[in-house]
Design a protein around this ligand. Structure first.
Ligand SMILES: Cc1cc2nc3c(=O)[nH]c(=O)nc-3n(C[C@H](O)[C@H](O)[C@H](O)COP(=O)(O)OP(=O)(O)OC[C@H]3O[C@@H](n4cnc5c(N)ncnc54)[C@H](O)[C@@H]3O)c2cc1C
Length: 411
């Protein structure tokens, strides 16, 4: 028998839940506060939509309460995701690090395909309604403009708090608390990091290739929390770029505790420390007729030369031949283990994902139904699961939506 289901939120998780339910033959109504669906999908992967990744495991997912990713993903995995999207006309292409995108690299095609599927399946999408209250006796009741919508099933697919301009501003947490759910502390993740480096403003806009480490220091003991290699972007407030976004997934909530966090960059990845030292000895000797800043021209990015020399206690105008061993060692250290303190994460509105959310221990880990209220389901970013950068968060939105739909269908 066809069931009536209300879904709050027309992002990836709400749309997939709705599409799967409608395919099973149920009657779906989606409430969306924007005047269109999938506003956040449009900005994913720099407008190209990194939908998933060929290398998926529980390790790429994080939770402060319980990492239920595996139990959900095994019921709706990458193969099923590909089949679902291919049916909607979206072919996949694999780019760097196993990242999967629509073949035409256009996020708007993904949104368009989802919309056409909703239309084909007669899903009722009610736009421009911001749901703040849902009442429940033996069924869920949502009132919009004096019109009442009843359903035996309610799906909260409102997303988290990240990138609020897209419509996700934490409303799902408030709705879930109406059903006695507990929400963990939430933090921005996959986000730029603020640092206290004295030359941030000078270096703003500079992109370098580097191997980055996020290091926790507690009572002089150091622990590497995460490493990654690729592009790093200097900004006026700190650091950004793919490497930093990935490292940021481990920065919070440690930042709120009593340790210090440090970003360490290896700016010369093609030589080890000894090779670099030997190289500099020869180079400074060969170019000893120049000042040291000019002697580094063509080896280090020009904008980095002055800051790195100053941090190495080397006056840029001295002759390259006059650099002492201690100064050269300082420079090698700056190039191989450049360090800056992390002072915070950047803005919520710049964050790609929310760390934390609805406590996973209050949700059936194989169905995503609430333990608190029968018929209430939670999907996507609103739950306390966050993935790494690389297609993992959309895959979670898709898998969780599909699993909730399957469970509702089987009830
Ligand atoms: C800039 C950026 C780039 C990203 N790139 C990628 C990427 O390439 N790959 C990847 O895997 N992940 C990426 N992500 C993360 C990914 O987009 C999200 O994790 C995922 O889209 C979350 O889906 P969701 O359906 O749970 O929530 P959302 O997409 O946030 O959707 C929630 C929907 O609910 C609506 N809503 C909220 N509150 C209410 C309310 N009270 N009433 C009615 N409607 C409401 C919102 O308007 C929104 O449409 C990126 C995120 C950002 C911000």
């Amino acid at each position: 028998m066809a069931k009536k289901i209300s879904i709050i939120g027309a992002g990836m998780s709400g749309l997939i839940t709705g599409i799967m339910l409608a395919k099973y033959g149920h009657k779906v109504t989606i409430f969306e506060r924007n005047n269109k669906i999938g506003k956040k999908i449009l900005v994913t992967g720099n407008g190209r939509c990194n939908l998933s990744n060929e290398n998926i495991s529980k390790l790429q997912y994080h939770s402060m309460t319980s990492n239920i990713f595996d139990l959900v993903y095994e019921q709706f995995n990458l193969k099923q995701t590909k089949e679902l999207f291919e049916e909607m006309g979206i072919d996949f292409v694999k780019l760097e690090n196993g990242k999967l995108y629509p073949r035409n690299l256009q996020a708007k095609s993904v949104v368009q395909a989802l919309l056409m599927e909703c239309e084909k399946l007669n899903i009722n999408i009610i736009y421009n309604v911001r749901i703040s209250k849902v009442t429940y006796t033996n069924k869920f009741k949502i009132t919009v403009d004096n019109k009442v919508y009843y359903s035996y099933y309610l799906v909260i697919a409102t997303g988290g708090k990240s990138y609020g301009d897209s419509g996700s501003t934490g409303d799902g947490y408030k709705i879930a608390t109406q059903f006695n759910h507990n929400i963990t502390k939430t933090f921005p993740s996959i986000v730029q990091l603020k640092t206290d480096y004295a030359y941030n403003k000078t270096l703003k806009g500079l992109k370098v290739h580097a191997k980055g480490k996020l290091i926790k220091i507690l009572n002089d003991k150091e622990e590497i929390l995460r490493e990654d290699e690729g592009e790093v972007l200097f900004t006026d407030y700190g650091l950004s770029g793919p490497v930093i976004l990935q490292l940021s997934t481990k920065a919070e909530p440690l930042l709120s505790e009593h340790n210090s966090l440090v970003i360490e960059l290896n700016l010369v990845t093609h030589m080890n420390t000894k090779e670099l030292d030997n190289y500099l000895i020869k180079r400074l000797h060969r170019l000893s007729y120049r000042n040291v800043a000019d002697a580094l021209n063509g080896f280090i990015n020009q904008r980095l030369i002055q800051p790195l020399l100053k941090s190495s206690n080397i006056e840029p105008t001295i002759s390259a031949g006059d650099v002492t061993k201690i100064q050269r060692n300082n420079l090698v250290k700056q190039l191989k283990t450049f360090r800056t303190n992390v002072t915070g994460t950047y803005l919520w509105n710049q964050a790609q994902v929310t760390k934390g959310g609805i406590n996973c221990l209050e949700i059936h880990d194989t169905t995503l139904e609430s333990y608190k209220t029968e018929g209430l389901y939670l999907v996507g970013e609103v739950i306390d699961i966050d993935g790494d950068c690389g297609g993992y968060n959309l895959q979670w939105a898709i898998s969780s939506g599909a699993v909730a739909a399957k469970s509702i269908n089987e009830k």
